[in-house]
Each structure stands twice: as C-alpha cells, then as structure tokens.
Write a protein that binds this ligand. Structure first.
Ligand code: PPS
Length: 303
C-alpha cells in the first residue's frame, strides 16, 4: 500500500474526521448534536463510566468490568459482546437505548473531561480512568489508524508522530486528556488506573476496582475475572476482542485489535532521536504533574 504525503493525508483526514469543541471525531459514527446531548445525559447513582484516551486499555477494562458486574458473563452464560455491555456514549453504533438499561449501567468514553455528562461532576456516577504511557499509546494508535478502512493509504510514521503530539488525532491530545482528568479529579468520583500497573499485577487492580465499586466477589470469582482478562485469553475470545466488528469498520486484514499487549513496544518502533524528542515534549507538557510513567516493564515478572 502506498504511503501518503502530508498534504494528501491532511485532506483525507479532514474528510474522515470532524473537529468539534477542540476534539476530532469519526464523521461516520457521531455528530455535534450527539456530543452536545451528552452534556445533559441523565446519570443514575451506580452508573459506571470507563473513560480513557484511545489505545490505553479500554477494551481490556471493559472486559474486566463486564466480568465483575455480570455473574452471567463470568460463568459464560451470557453471549453479550463488551461493546454492548459497555457502549460508547459518543459512538453509540448499535443504538443502545441507554435509558432502558438496568442499573448498574456501564458506559465507555474517550471524551475529555469537559465533554462528559455534566452530572458526573456532581459525583452522581463513578469514573474509572485508565491511562497508558504515551509512547505505547502512540504506537498502538498508529497501527489502529492503519486498520481504518476509511483511510485509503498507509500513514507515514513520522507524520503520525507529529499528528499525535499536536493532538490532531481522534480524541485530541493525549497530554490534554490526561491532564484534564488529573487536574479536575476533585470534581469526580474517580479511580485512576494505569495500563502498566494492570500488566504488572492484574489481580490487585481487579480488587481495586471491586473496592471502588463496592462489590464483593469471593476469591474464586476474582480468579475467573483475572483469568478471562489476560491478553491471551481475550485474544482467543471473539466476544472480548472486537473480532465481531465488520471489516468496513475495522479492517482486520491489516492487523488485529489485540495486537501485542505489552509495555515498552515503543522501543521497537521509535528511533532514539524520536524518543528523545518525545521525552522533551513530555517534560514540557506534563513535567509539572506528579505523575509517574512506567515506560517499560520486565514482562517475565508481570502477571
Ligand atoms: S480503543 O480502540 O481505544 O478502544 O483501544 P484500547 O482498547 O484502549 O487499547 C487497545 C490496546 O490495548 C491492548 N489490550 C491489552 N493489553 C494487555 N492485556 C489485555 N488483556 C489487553 N486487551 C487489549 C491492545 O492489544 C492494544 O494495545 P497494542 O499495544 O496495540 O497491542
């Protein structure tokens, strides 16, 4: 497949995505009206919102939350995909009727803090925010963009780095997204998790989620959640891994949604110069926050 030059790519991106309130969205699956309506979405006590920047472990956490919240899912009795269990509020592609869903409702969103339902700011529902080190997000996002059947040419890696750093990608800037939720955390009932910590010790993160949601599961049930949420088991489980999504939405001839699932894959893709440039940008944009980023992990000691 041919690689696109910068101008051709910008033209194609403009045709595929639209920018609204500072954020890029997929034209085909949402609209400014949908985004505006979200602000007034009625929130119930007990609602759980999984909020992430793309490629940060959303589907992984959807799987974990589905397993925690639904015993039927845990024992395999319910053949319901994660996308139906935890529908996207900004991309409701299956037209799920949010109002008729029984509590506790589970939703997913890549929206920045300022576009989330207003009631969340009054601590009506709970937010679980998962972040991932931005170099791995960048690499994962790059592969994901190249699985988008609506983009006709392969995107150049160097150009994609620029787009990512300047926030000209779906869901906007990683830096703004993470900073936004982090610096407004007092407004929300929120639990922060990281992809890397989940890789390091999945069980303790499952327990953390249960505690936050005030759900008590016995050891056996926790073991099942952990087992069904490993990378390997999710990859083999078509309900968990988005394999059911048609190629018109995500071209699986060009890759798999559950790609590598590791910490530190950026080292296989970024040059030393690209990594150093990224470190500089990271320091400028995030240096004032007391955030610790795990850039790599010894996978042998991980769960
Ligand atoms: S999306 O499109 O924004 O919803 O993508 P998202 O689900 O947030 O992120 C996709 C990446 O998460 C990896 N993934 C996992 N890693 C470890 N363990 C499990 N169980 C798991 N499930 C999904 C997935 O492989 C993507 O990362 P990369 O680096 O591309 O492999």
């Amino acid at each position: 497949m041919a690689t696109m030059d910068r101008d051709a790519l910008y033209e194609e991106l403009n045709a595929t995505y639209f920018k609204y309130k500072g954020i890029y969205f997929e034209t085909e699956f949402t609209s400014p009206e949908v985004i505006d309506a979200i602000e007034h979405m009625e929130i119930r006590h007990g609602d759980v919102f999984l909020v992430t920047y793309p490629k940060s472990g959303t589907v992984w956490t959807q799987q974990i939350l589905s397993l925690i919240l639904n015993e039927g899912h845990r024992n395999g009795a319910e053949q319901i995909t994660n996308i139906e269990r935890a529908p996207w509020i900004e991309y409701n592609i299956y037209n799920v009727d949010f109002k008729s869903r029984p509590s506790p409702r589970l939703f997913s969103s890549h929206l920045p803090y300022y576009l989330l339902p207003k009631d969340l700011r009054f601590r009506m529902g709970k937010i679980i925010y998962v972040s991932r080190n931005p170099k791995d997000v960048l690499v994962s996002f790059y592969h994901f963009y190249n699985m988008n059947p609506r983009l006709k040419c392969k995107i150049d890696w160097e150009i994609f780095i620029d787009l990512f750093i300047s926030g000209k990608v779906l869901s906007g800037s990683w830096f703004d997204h993470v900073r936004g939720l982090y610096t407004h955390k007092e407004d929300f009932d929120i639990l922060f998790l990281t992809y890397e910590d989940m890789k390091k010790d999945l069980r303790s993160n499952v327990l953390k989620i249960c505690k936050f949601l005030d759900i008590s599961l016995d050891d056996k049930a926790i073991d099942i959640v952990v087992e069904k949420a490993t990378f390997k088991n999710m990859k083999d489980d078509s309900l968990a891994n988005y394999e059911f999504i048609p190629n018109e939405l995500l071209d699986k001839n060009k890759g798999t949604f559950l790609r590598k699932g590791i910490v530190g894959d950026w080292k296989n893709t970024m040059t030393v110069a690209q990594s150093e440039m990224f470190d500089k940008v990271f320091k400028e944009k995030m240096g004032d926050l007391p955030m610790k980023i795990m850039w790599e992990l010894n996978e042998e000691t991980a769960s």
